[in-house]
Design a protein around this ligand. Structure first.
Ligand code: ZN
Length: 407
């Protein structure tokens, strides 16, 4: 599927970009190899509630990584999927009395226009699950041929029990979260409560496809593993990709299960780093569909809010800290964006070489955007009182390329 229009970024010849260091959710901060191909897979949306600020914060965080690695001259391959057939989408379509395809297509278009407005660079491959059925079926066959698939009343499960030594929590906690996030630990006949569904037989009027495993549809975890391997696996790398990314609510079970399914299929590790963006709250409560407190990018844009102000507001907090969204945050972001714009409009500004080098170091240090934005504000204040050099164009191009802020 076509992604949104591409965004070109300006390379900087004399810029010294340190190796990018990113906090892995299971380990500490890891410096990413700057010579190898950089392969990143970010889990995309299920298209029924696009694009709320939690989505925006996540995709902007991985956009910063993408931008940094492109500017550092790495061979970057970034893939993102769209889970365009899934239970919540079907439930929403039934509730709203629309076809699930129409709902998905409408929400995908909205997501694409929101990403474009927020200046998120599109993935090289933007892949819908519904266009990947043969890929997913072939992947299930690999798991099957290695003996990790079993059937239960027409459904098929991945047998995870051999792969639980790296479970990031106790079995009891895992079972509880698994049940909360779409798993079925209590189903009679399963070999292990944590075994995830990889192919479900068709029920009622649900969408389905013919496959070697009957008429039905794939499970969420195996969709992402199959798509990631199809587009990113060179057949020898171990781990297969550099970063698997998404929101922190994907740590378990989604990313854990994806990694174990890949071990079962290939005997190799999935990803060098598992990186997660934290959640956005509204008035102290995590933004979620169940609480009905989602704030949508498209609604803010309709109200006339500048997308660069939304991006600035989200970058004011660190991507791995849970953050609160508020009117005050948005108003403060608008004030700060105006401040920087005024400085950039001056013919003479404060010397910027140090600013640029410092922001690069901030970004290399696990995307320290709060520090980067503070430096920009300080530079704007100094430029107002003692601008002496004609460098505003360079700063403007630099912050657009690195931070995605076209001011
Ligand atoms: Zn995924």
């Amino acid at each position: 599927m076509n992604a949104w229009p591409s965004i070109s970024i300006t390379p900087f010849k004399d810029l010294d970009l340190p190796q990018l260091k990113i906090k892995d959710s299971n380990n500490d901060i890891i410096a990413i190899d700057s010579k190898a191909t950089f392969r990143m897979y970010v889990c995309g949306i299920t298209p029924y509630d696009a694009t709320h600020l939690g989505h925006a914060a996540t995709y902007i965080a991985f956009d910063l990584i993408n931008r940094y690695q492109i500017l550092a001259g790495l061979d970057v391959h970034f893939v993102e999927n769209i889970t365009d057939v899934d239970d919540p989408l079907l439930v929403r379509a039934t509730r709203d009395n629309v076809s699930w395809q129409d709902l998905a297509n409408q929400q995908i278009e909205l997501f694409k226009s929101d990403m474009s407005a927020l200046r998120v660079i599109p993935p090289k491959d933007f892949i819908k699950v519904t266009e990947s059925l043969p890929i997913i079926e072939n992947f299930i066959k690999k798991v099957d041929s290695n003996g990790f698939l079993y059937s239960l009343e027409g459904d098929y499960y991945f047998a995870v029990s051999e792969f639980l030594s790296t479970l990031p929590m106790t079995i009891e906690e895992a079972i509880k979260i698994f049940a909360e996030r779409g798993g079925d630990p209590e189903r009679t006949g399963k070999k292990h409560k944590l075994d995830p569904l990889v192919w479900s037989a068709n029920v009622g009027n649900d969408p389905g496809w013919n496959s070697s495993y009957g008429y039905g549809r794939p499970g969420w975890h195996i969709e992402c593993t199959a798509i990631a391997c199809e587009y990113l696996d060179d057949g020898i790398s171990d781990p297969i990709i550099t970063i698997q990314g998404g929101g922190s609510d994907l740590i378990f079970p989604h990313h854990f299960m994806s990694a174990q399914i890949i071990k079962a299929a290939y005997g190799r590790s999935f990803s060098e780093l598992f990186v997660h963006a934290a959640m956005i709250s509204l008035q102290g409560e995590k933004m979620s569909k169940s609480k009905g407190n989602l704030v949508f990018v498209s609604k803010l844009l309709e109200q006339g809010v500048d997308p660069m102000v939304i991006r600035w507001a989200l970058l004011k907090g660190h991507y791995q800290n849970d953050r609160n969204w508020s009117e005050d945050l948005l108003n403060q972001a608008q004030i700060e964006v105006n401040q920087v714009r005024q400085a950039l409009a001056q013919s003479e500004v404060f010397e910027s070489h140090q600013l640029i080098q410092d922001i690069v170091v901030d970004l290399s240090n696990n995307l320290d955007t709060p520090s980067a934005l503070k430096r920009l504000i300080d530079w704007s204040i100094k430029s107002k009182s003692s601008g002496t050099v004609n460098q505003s164009g360079a700063v403007s191009r630099f912050i657009d390329s690195t931070l995605g802020l076209a001011l």
